[in-house]
Design a protein around this ligand. Sequence first.
Ligand SMILES: Cc1cc2nc3c(=O)[nH]c(=O)nc-3n(C[C@H](O)[C@H](O)[C@H](O)COP(=O)(O)OP(=O)(O)OC[C@H]3O[C@@H](n4cnc5c(N)ncnc54)[C@H](O)[C@@H]3O)c2cc1C
Length: 483
Amino acid sequence: MAYYVATSGTGVKTLWCSTVKIARSPCCIEEGFELMAVPAGVKYAIIGAGIHGLSTAYHLALRLKETGRGSGKDILVIDKTSIAAGASGIACGVVRNNYYQPAMRELMAHSVAVWESDPKAYSYHPVGYMQISPEVMRAQVATIYEQQKAIGYESVFIEGASDSQAYMEGLFSDWQAKGITSVLHEKRGGYANNTASMYGLATKAEAEGVRIMTGIEVSGFEFASDGQAVTALITGKGRIACDYVVAGAGPWVAKIWKMLDLPATVAIKDGDGRMHTEVPMWKYWCLEEGTLGVDPNMHKTNDGQMPPVIHVDTDAPLYSDVDGTLITDKLWGLYYKPDFNFGGIQGGSSPYKVETPVDEVALDPYGPDSPDFIVGDDFIHTWCSMLAHCQKRFEGKIGQYKSHEKSGGLGCFTPDNFPVFDQFRGNVFVIADSNHGYKMIGVGKLVAEEITGRKSRLLEPFRFSRYAAGKLHPVSNSPFPWS
Ligand SMILES: Cc1cc2nc3c(=O)[nH]c(=O)nc-3n(C[C@H](O)[C@H](O)[C@H](O)COP(=O)(O)OP(=O)(O)OC[C@H]3O[C@@H](n4cnc5c(N)ncnc54)[C@H](O)[C@@H]3O)c2cc1C
């Protein structure tokens, strides 16, 4: 095998083995770590270099140091591809608090504080976020506002069709979305640049001594003689003994779950106390996003500022911006923001459910490289018509959609579409965010605290046991599975 080190223009060293990127870490390279292929053993093995794996690694390094139990040198992050190769590297990057479920809101408020703690490293843009809704959602969004006030999360709530229109026109003179009767304007939140924020986190973790090795796939686990705790990871590059495992495998969580021999189906108690058995643990949805290739500056507010992220749900009929035909008269929704990173107005609309059995879904190649799960002409037509429905400035712009850039990707969802954050087998923490999770940078911090002995109140509503206990989260009227 030929090993070589490439140095980028910014001085970052990357170790390659043939065509596979092995490690991106000046400290690893200087210590000759990579030449050992993989270490024989580590205290903490983290699977996945996405938002959760990297955030856990960084915060665990800090916690180990703070509590005198060790340091980042005790932590190894491995990824089968590279940093940001999964959902975190293609996420739209929206960071918001707007959730109907109190537990989700509290967790998001915690995460927003982590984004705000180092906006430069995390490539975070605190422009705010707006949920613009029809009558069918008004009462639920009003409760979100009330509870945001209760937890001190700054927002403004406008009610009524004419006041909502006036508020929106105060921001954008060309506002024209129909069927809107409330506006929730969150003053915190916004968005971050997906890959840049992952590299920001990786750099912070590496500065604490964490090793990140890429091009190494976990294909199984070794268990203790009683069949419980994991004692080692089996990888394509050898066995890695470990004391504790964190799985942050994003859309691949169903595979890791199976390797851990965890149940393929669950029993769930509903709100009426009835048990539903044999409910599949995992399902996939395909997220549809894209970019209108106009100058991002064309979507500034009336006073020339960068606007908040806009999310509109409405039950007003949607007509084609191309030929005026009816696209839908059902509840629909979209989100968008000007984004210099994507080079235009970037956003998406509701995802669709993948009906293929979970084990047969082609996860790799992932994201824009997938031949199956990228957006097509229907999405482009519908999303561009939605944009034109909301703001006059987007009328007639469909020709500028970046159809040459592939986009979209799979998300892995739990039975109730809310995260499972829990420890299994006594020494494996599974972070399964049910595709809510780019914004959840703070989860890794809480997981790090739990691993080092401090139970988290914020994670408690997301335990696996909630299904059997019937402690489910309330469900909103939104057309999205993640609101
Ligand atoms: C198109 C799209 C847009 C989205 N937009 C947003 C948004 O705007 N805001 C938001 O909050 N969320 C968004 N999400 C959801 C969010 O991206 C995910 O919930 C989150 O990024 C998941 O993070 P993760 O760290 O769990 O997984 P990932 O980022 O997917 O990282 C998992 C990593 O694990 C590695 N891996 C997997 N299996 C193995 C194995 N066996 N061995 C070794 N390594 C392995 C993969 O290579 C990957 O790098 C979006 C998702 C998609 C698909």
